[in-house]
Design a protein around this ligand. Structure first.
Ligand code: NAD
Ligand code: GLY
Length: 386
C-alpha cells in the first residue's frame, strides 16, 4: 500500500503541496528536486541525533542521488533546544558551509527541528528555500504545515519567530513506526484539538481511529496491517486539509479576525497548554500532552461559562483519554499557571483571548476579562479530579 495523497496549501505568494504516503524517504531526493523546480544545489539537512540515526542516511543518500550536495546540521533533542543559542549555531553552520540564496534547508524531524530550521531558513540571507519532512504525528498534522516557525524565549514559548511557508512537505507515515508511545499520544491530542474545532466529521473520524487502533498497539500493528496505514493516511489527509482551509483564510493570524474561521481557533487548548509547559520548564510534559490538558480545561471553562453542554465536555474528555494516559498535574499550584497567561503570545490589545467551544466544530473567541477567576479555578479542579 504505497498510495500517496496530496493536499494543496494556498498561501502567498505561491502555494505548496503536502504529500502523504508510505516508504517515501527513499525517493525524498527526487521529491526535493521537484519542489525546487528540477534544481538540486546545496542542501542543509537539519535534524537531531535520534531522528538522523533512524532516517538520516536514507534521506541523505536519496538527496545525493538526486544531485544535491548535502551537509548535515544536528541540533539537540528536546524543547529546550528550540532556543536562540541553537538558532545561532545553526546559522553559523549554514555560513561555514557557504549555503547560498539558491540553496535549500530541509528539516527532518518533529516540531522542534521543523520550527527551528524554518526560522533559520527565514532569516538566513533574508530567506532561503525550505522543505519539511516531519517525523512525528504532531508535526505531520500541525507544525510542518502552515508556515509558523520560531524559537522559545525566556518569557515563553514561540515568542520569537516568523511566518515562513515551506516549498513542500513530505509525510512518510512509516516513520511513525519508531515514534515512542507518549509522542503518539501527544500527536493524537493535537488531532483531537483540530477535530474539536473543525466539525463533527473530523472529530468522529479521529475518535473512531483511536478506538480501532489504540496508540499502545500502533507499532506492532504497523507492519502487517494495511487497514491501519490506509486509515492513518486518510486521517492525516483530512486533518491537514482542515488546517489548509484555515490557513488559506487567515495565513498570518490577523489580530483583528475574531470569527470562527480565524487562524486563532487552531490555538484551542493552547493558552492553558503553553502556561503548563512553561511552569514545568518544558521538561515534564510533551507539548501535545499539555494540549490534551488544554482541551479538557477549555471544555470545562466553556461549560462554566454556559457555552458547552456537560455531555460534550464528557465526550471531549473521553476522546482525550483514548489517546493515552497524561502525566499527572494535580500537584501544580494553579495560581502559578494562571499567572503565566500574561505572557501568552495571543494577547490582542494586551488582552488575552480564550478559544472556547459552543459545540464540537463551533469554536468561539472569548475575552479573558469576561472569565471569572473562580471559573478558572473550578475548571482546574475538574480536570485534575480523577
Ligand atoms: P519533538 O520535535 O520534540 O519530537 C518529539 C520526540 O520524538 C523527540 O525526542 C524526537 O527526537 C523524537 N522523534 C521524532 N521523530 C521520531 C521518529 N520518527 N521516531 C522516533 N523518535 C522520533 O516534538 P513534536 O511533538 O514533534 O513538536 C513539538 C514542537 O512543535 C513544540 O516546540 C511546539 O511548540 C511546536 N509546534 C509548532 C506548531 C507550528 O505551527 N509551527 C504547531 C504545533 C506545535
Ligand atoms: N498550530 C497553530 C497554527 O498553526 O496556527
Amino acid at each position: 500500500m504505497n498510495k500517496t495523497v496530496s493536499i494543496n496549501f494556498q498561501t502567498a505568494p505561491s502555494g505548496y503541496a503536502v504529500e502523504i504516503g508510505r516508504d517515501r524517504l527513499t525517493t525524498s531526493g527526487d521529491w526535493a528536486k521537484a519542489c525546487r523546480g528540477g534544481k538540486a544545489g546545496k542542501a542543509a539537512l537539519v535534524s537531531n541525533p535520534k531522528v538522523f540515526g533512524l532516517y538520516g542516511e536514507e534521506v541523505k543518500t536519496s538527496l545525493q542521488n538526486a544531485g544535491f550536495d548535502v551537509f548535515v546540521c544536528l541540533i539537540g533533542d528536546g524543547e529546550r533546544f528550540k532556543s536562540f543559542k541553537t538558532l545561532q549555531k545553526t546559522l553559523d553552520i549554514f555560513s561555514e558551509n557557504r549555503l547560498s540564496r539558491t540553496d535549500v534547508v530541509i528539516a527532518l524531524g518533529g516540531g522542534v527541528v521543523g520550527d527551528l530550521a524554518g526560522f533559520a531558513a527565514s532569516i538566513y540571507l533574508r530567506g532561503v528555500a525550505f522543505l519539511q519532512m516531519p517525523t512525528t504525528l504532531l508535526s505531520m498534522i500541525d507544525s510542518s504545515v502552515g508556515g509558523k516557525t520560531g524559537v522559545n524565549s525566556s518569557y515563553g514559548k514561540n515568542l520569537i519567530g516568523a511566518f515562513y511557508q515551506p516549498k513542500g512537505v513530505l509525510v512518510d507515515v512509516q516513520t511513525l513506526k519508531t515514534l515512542p508511545k507518549r509522542e503518539l499520544t501527544a500527536g493524537f491530542c493535537e488531532a483531537i484539538k483540530q477535530g474539536a474545532i473543525a466539525n463533527r466529521q473530523l472529530f468522529d473520524q479521529t475518535a473512531v481511529f483511536l478506538d480501532t487502533f489504540q496508540p499502545r498497539s500502533f507499532v506492532r500493528l504497523f507492519d502487517d496491517d494495511d487497514d491501519l496505514v490506509r486509515s492513518l493516511i486518510s486521517l492525516l489527509r483530512e486533518q491537514i486539509a482542515f488546517k489548509a482551509k484555515i490557513v488559506a483564510n487567515d495565513e498570518r493570524e490577523s489580530p483583528d479576525k475574531i470569527d470562527a474561521k480565524s487562524r486563532k481557533i487552531l490555538n484551542f487548548g493552547h493558552t492553558f497548554a503553553h502556561a503548563l509547559e512553561k511552569v514545568t520548564n518544558y521538561r515534564y510534559l510533551k507539548h501535545g500532552e499539555a494540549v490534551g490538558y488544554g482541551i479538557c480545561f477549555a471544555a470545562e471553562l466553556s461549560k462554566k461559562l454556559g457555552l458547552l453542554s456537560p455531555n460534550k465536555v464528557n465526550l471531549l474528555n473521553d476522546v482525550v483519554h483514548r489517546a493515552g494516559v497524561l502525566p499527572p498535574i494535580s500537584s501544580i499550584d494553579p495560581r502559578i499557571i494562571f499567572e503565566t497567561f500574561k505572557f501568552d503570545k495571543k494577547l490582542v490589545n494586551n488582552s488575552l483571548q480564550w478559544i472556547l467551544l459552543k459545540d464540537v466544530g463551533k469554536p468561539v473567541i472569548f475575552p479573558h476579562s469576561d472569565v471569572p477567576q473562580s471559573a478558572l479555578m473550578s475548571a482546574f479542579k475538574n480536570i485534575t479530579r480523577s
